[in-house]
Design a protein around this ligand. Structure first.
Ligand code: HEM
Length: 514
């Protein structure tokens, strides 16, 4: 009885506090010149307007309210940018003020966000880590040094697909494989090789299998909308249990990565040089830059940074390849052109290599076209404003969440002719690229927070697609045709195909065995 009474008293105080707080917030904002947007519910604001496919709903709202939209998601003031012009204004003139992040509640588990580059706040620590990534790890030169590793991982994938399909046929099945699954494993394996110089794809690697499994779950938890992000007074309650689940799986993922880090420290102590310097070595050896950071990177943060590269580099990359493959399968004429180009440039006596990429303009154009229509992270990673700002005539208060819809820009009829059609030809002879300078095509974001993995991802996406198409002819099951291929989306942090790509690979007999 006593506990019910104290619950009622404390919840009444809580509700009163919430209402006062909200009233103050709404009245405070009403006096300011905010961008237009739909009216919202008390307390919840526009949370329920977003539905299960927020990027699509926001696009609809753009048609009514224009390219700069204002929403209140619970207690989270939110501005949404949905045109190339508004994005140019943001990234060219306000990037410095708009480059903070506010981490999702689930990503505060095990202090992940404190050590993270991707969801960490703008700070001297962030500047230091970002600098290490962009000047030491993700430069063209450093990435080129690892070309043979990527080639190896992609060949491993091709062989596994071939073997598993043959085994399925031997069992009397059609030989169909779940391509999405192989793409995810390959992408994680490339990150593992670049960051840690080790293979996780190897079927003998038990810890590798467990790691894939835990990563898969973490991606699901982090991708679920969490009411506690919008109504912070509910954080302690964890109403959907997402923090609890994330905490458990994050704990295990960090433990596994820590195992790799400890092994490396032992190797270093024993002076065992087993590989060329990799990302882990760079982090362990770092001594500070005398400007943003003095001294070494905290041990816990090194583990977080390694885990985060798996987060940032696996599902995004595999989803990018999956969408591009799906679009090519839906457009046999475009697929024919890709094959023709591969036959001309690579021929039949060898497997495609990274050095071939620049001689494959049609394939590159097809990848750009797929990123235009299906950016794997459609609303980028939310930014947070650091000060009150005048933006395109509007007053944007400090601590506003900023969503930039790469999805809306890719489909904007003001930027693209016939925007909903898949036409790689539009990029032939055009300088438009996805490296953050052309705001109508920003699947990797732009400005200070642009994806650090863009150069790596570009190579992996194009090369894997080339290898998959060069080595196999891909067939649908008997019930699917290019016209009926299911293109519905599964929305999480990354948007991938709802129905995975299940295909029958037919080895092209003319291409030499991988
Ligand atoms: C097709 C593949 C990929 C896509 C579509 C993608 C997309 C993105 C996007 C949209 C952002 C946010 C940019 C912004 O806020 O403006 C981002 C950030 C980031 N990405 Fe990627 N990414 C991909 C691959 C990778 C890879 C391979 C890695 C590393 C191995 C990586 C690591 C990161 C990191 C660490 C950040 C945070 C950067 C920061 O906040 O400073 N990404 N990515």
């Amino acid at each position: 009885m006593e506990s019910i009474f104290s619950f009622l008293v404390s919840s009444s105080f809580l509700s009163l506090a919430v209402i006062l707080c909200l009233k103050w917030k709404i009245l405070g904002n009403r006096t300011k010149n905010l961008p237009p947007g739909p009216p919202g519910w008390p307390i919840f604001g526009n949370i329920f307007d977003l539905g299960t496919e927020p990027h699509r709903v926001l696009y609809e709202l753009k048609l009514k309210y224009g390219p700069v939209l204002w929403l209140r998601l619970g207690f989270r003031d939110t501005m949404v940018i949905q045109s190339a012009k508004a994005a140019a204004e943001l990234f060219k003139n306000h990037d410095a003020n708009f480059c903070d992040r506010k981490p999702l509640e689930v990503l505060t588990s095990h202090n992940f966000s404190d050590g993270s580059l991707a969801v960490g706040r703008f700070s001297p620590y962030w500047l230091m880590v970002r600098r290490i990534c962009t000047t030491e790890m993700m430069t063209n030169k450093r990435i080129s040094e690892k070309a043979t590793i990527r080639q190896k991982c992609i060949l491993q994938m091709i062989r596994s697909i071939e073997n598993d399909s043959a085994a399925a046929k031997a069992r009397g099945e059609s030989g169909m494989v779940n391509l999405t699954h192989y793409l995810f494993l390959m992408s994680i394996n490339i990150v593992a090789n670049i960051m840690l110089s080790r293979d996780l794809f190897d079927s003998q690697c038990k810890v590798g299998r467990e790691f894939f499994h835990v990563m898969d779950k973490l991606i699901v938890w982090a991708g679920k909308p969490n009411i506690a992000d919008y109504l912070p007074f509910l954080k302690w309650l964890d109403p959907q249990g997402l923090k609890k689940k994330t905490s458990k799986d994050m704990g295990r993922a960090l433990e596994i990565v820590e195992g790799f880090v400890k092994e490396r420290i032992q190797e270093k102590l024993g002076n065992e040089e087993k590989h060329k310097k990799d990302f882990l070595d760079t982090l362990l050896e770092y001594e500070g830059d005398g400007k943003n950071w003095n001294g070494k990177i905290p041990y816990e943060n090194i583990i977080i940074l390694i885990l985060e590269m798996f987060f940032g580099g696996s599902e995004t990359t595999s989803a990018g390849i999956e969408w591009a493959m799906a679009e090519l399968l839906r457009h046999p004429e475009a697929m024919r052109k890709v094959k023709e180009e591969l036959n001309e440039v690579v021929g039949e006596r060898r497997i495609v290599e990274e050095s071939d990429i620049e001689k494959l303009p049609y394939l590159q154009a097809a990848v750009k076209e797929a990123f235009r229509l299906h950016p794997p992270v459609p609303l980028l990673v939310p930014r947070n404003t650091m000060q009150d700002t005048d933006f395109m005539g509007y007053h944007i208060p400090k601590d506003t969440q900023v969503l930039v819809s790469a999805w809306a820009m890719g489909r904007d009829p003001d930027s693209w002719e016939d925007p909903l059609s898949f036409k790689p030809e539009r990029f032939l002879g055009s300088n438009i690229d996805y490296k953050g300078q052309n705001y109508e095509l920003i699947p990797f974001g732009s400005g200070r927070r642009i994806c650090v993995g863009v150069l790596l991802a570009q190579r992996v996406v194009v090369l894997s697609l080339a290898a998959l198409i060069h080595c196999f002819d891909w067939e649908f099951d008997k019930d699917t045709t290019p016209e009926t291929l299911d293109m519905r989306e599964l929305v999480g942090i990354v948007v991938r195909k709802l129905v995975t790509l299940n295909l029958i690979p037919k080895r092209r007999p003319t291409v030499m065995a991988a």
